[in-house]
Design a protein around this ligand. Structure first.
Ligand SMILES: [Ca+2]
Ligand SMILES: [Ca+2]
Ligand SMILES: [Ca+2]
Ligand SMILES: [Ca+2]
Length: 519
């Protein structure tokens, strides 16, 4: 090609009109080629986008006449030269479509072409003037998180979730998928089975309940976690000759199974009570396991990593130390790893509360913390920004009068231990939701003569920062709460109403209200 061009060119010593160029956008300078060979103008360098000018191909050589440089001095516009004149266009971007342009400007690499006021242009729930809701996010870009908000009763009657054909039903797990809730419950329909029910964020049932396991084998419904795209769940059932083993399933937002039931344990004796965590990359299961009891060793707390397409990652991992009789585990994910609380049965079957941390790969990363307390039962772990909280009740054969809490720093030291509720003969069963700097706890106590559910928000020192709210007020015991937060800041609560000998599963919710309106 170049041979043709050279052959086609005329006398190369004669400079064409205008200025010759050696590279796009530069004027001819000493040392640069005196001209660029061309067949047509498209072979020639063009002026830079923000400068006017005209290129030409004259007698096989490029010519570039440079004109006005377009610069309005405004970093929030894109400068260009079009058809011989400067054009300045608004270059601000609103990537999340909430009407507020990204903050920053062209000099800010985090917000190119910004110049707006949206402090998070990846979230339509965040913009100046946005409604602040209870979601641990600064929705109105004023630098304060969840200011002037608190949970308030919705005023809506609870929704019966378990189906009419269930002879009995108990709450299992609850999660929010970005639009609606997913609930799991243990229902007796001939035999026990785990069922999934989709519930919209106002508490209305969506579609029919789905059985969670493919095999119908005396299953207890377990917790649900939403990955952003699918639910993870784990449960125990008796399909292996009545020997309870842990299984794992993936469900879509309607509760339809996406994989074959994945067997997690193959253990002598029972494996029970799985917790499920989602790290953002894989699932973590943590459960009680008695596989070593018959060989003279103790029951233990075990863990398993699971991939998002339903494959085991590595094998079962024993988390609690050998020789410690451990059961009744709860786990929560923090920035730094996983906090695990459990009950260890010591000499004379005396229960003691223990806490340990692991990495996100479930490698134990701390020694056991012993939490001095008589007869602890049913611990629940909550991860805050700088600490873990373990909440639990007391069972010495008689249920104790309060829900208790301890704060454990990331270094494993216990910072406080105290009763968090008061005023009832008995309190039991709690569920928590973390906002990072505070958490809401839902529990059951019988100050009214029957167990009713209550909710209250506590700070990281376990001090209450909102009034206690009553969630249920029927004539029969309501127990077994499990909670999940919706994107509007509301809190869904799934629970069991024991009824008159016929337990059923219900859903209720708290709304996120403005304390300014309440005043
Ligand atoms: Ca925006
Ligand atoms: Ca935004
Ligand atoms: Ca704010
Ligand atoms: Ca907020």
């Amino acid at each position: 090609m170049s041979g043709f061009l050279i052959g086609a060119c005329g006398a190369r010593s004669e400079l064409p009109g205008g200025q010759t160029v050696g590279a796009a956008g530069t004027q001819g300078v000493a040392g640069a080629p005196p001209f660029v060979e061309c067949l047509t103008v498209v072979d020639c360098p063009a002026p830079p986008p923000d400068q006017c000018g005209a290129a030409a191909c004259i007698d096989g050589s490029c010519s570039l006449q440079l004109g006005q440089i377009c610069d309005d001095g405004d970093p929030c516009t894109a400068d260009s030269c079009q058809t011989g004149g400067c054009v300045f266009t608004d270059a601000r971007v609103d990537a999340d479509g909430d009407g507020a342009f990204a903050s920053g400007n062209v000099g800010d690499p985090k917000a190119p072409l910004g110049c707006g006021t949206d402090c998070d242009d990846a979230s339509p729930r965040v913009f100046p003037g946005g409604a602040e809701v209870c979601d641990a996010i600064d929705n109105d870009c004023d630098g304060a998180i969840d200011e002037d908000t608190q949970l308030v009763p919705s005023g809506v009657a609870p929704t019966l979730v378990s189906p009419p054909e269930a002879e009995r039903s108990w709450s299992g797990g609850l999660a929010f998928d970005g639009e609606s809730f997913g609930a799991s419950m243990t229902s007796v329909i001939g035999r026990m089975q785990g069922q999934f029910q989709q519930i919209d964020r106002f508490g209305k049932l969506v579609g029919a309940p789905q059985r969670i396991a493919r095999v119908n084998a005396e299953a207890y419904a377990g917790p649900l976690v939403w990955s952003g795209e699918r639910y993870l769940t784990a449960y125990q059932d008796a399909r292996q000759d009545g020997n309870y083993e842990i299984y794992f399933d993936l469900l879509n937002r309607k509760g339809q199974r996406l994989i074959e039931d994945l067997r997690v344990t193959n253990a002598d004796d029972f494996s029970l009570r799985p917790s499920v965590l989602w790290t953002g990359a894989e699932g973590l299961l943590i459960w009680d396991d008695r596989r070593f009891e018959r060989s003279g060793d103790a029951s233990g707390i075990f863990g398993q990593r699971v991939s998002i397409d339903g494959q085991l990652v590595g094998g079962n991992l024993r988390l609690s130390p050998p020789g410690v009789r451990a059961e009744n585990a709860s786990a929560a994910l923090s920035d730094s790893g996983v906090g695990v609380a459990f009950v260890a049965l010591e000499a004379g079957d005396a229960p003691r509360l223990k806490f340990m941390t692991t990495s996100r790969a479930l490698e134990p990363s701390s020694a056991l913390t012993d939490i001095p307390f008589e007869d602890p039962d049913a611990p629940v772990v909550t991860a805050l920004q700088d600490s873990y909280v373990v909440t639990f009740h007391q069972d010495s054969g008689v249920i104790g009068p309060a829900i208790y809490g301890v704060v454990i720093g990331k270094n494993g030291l216990v910072r406080a231990a105290q009763s968090m509720t008061a005023g009832a003969p008995h309190a039991r069963g709690n569920a928590t939701y973390s906002y990072g700097d505070r958490f809401v706890m839902v529990w059951a106590d019988d100050r009214d003569g029957v167990y009713q559910l209550y909710a209250q928000t506590f700070d990281s020192k376990l001090s209450p920062i909102t009034p206690r709210l009553q969630l249920t007020s029927g004539k029969t015991n309501t127990l077994g709460p499990t909670v999940a937060a919706a994107s509007d800041g509301g809190l869904g609560v799934l629970y069991t109403d024991e009824g008159a000998g016929k337990p059923r599963t219900f859903f209720t919710r708290l709304e996120c209200g403005s304390t300014l309106q309440l005043k």
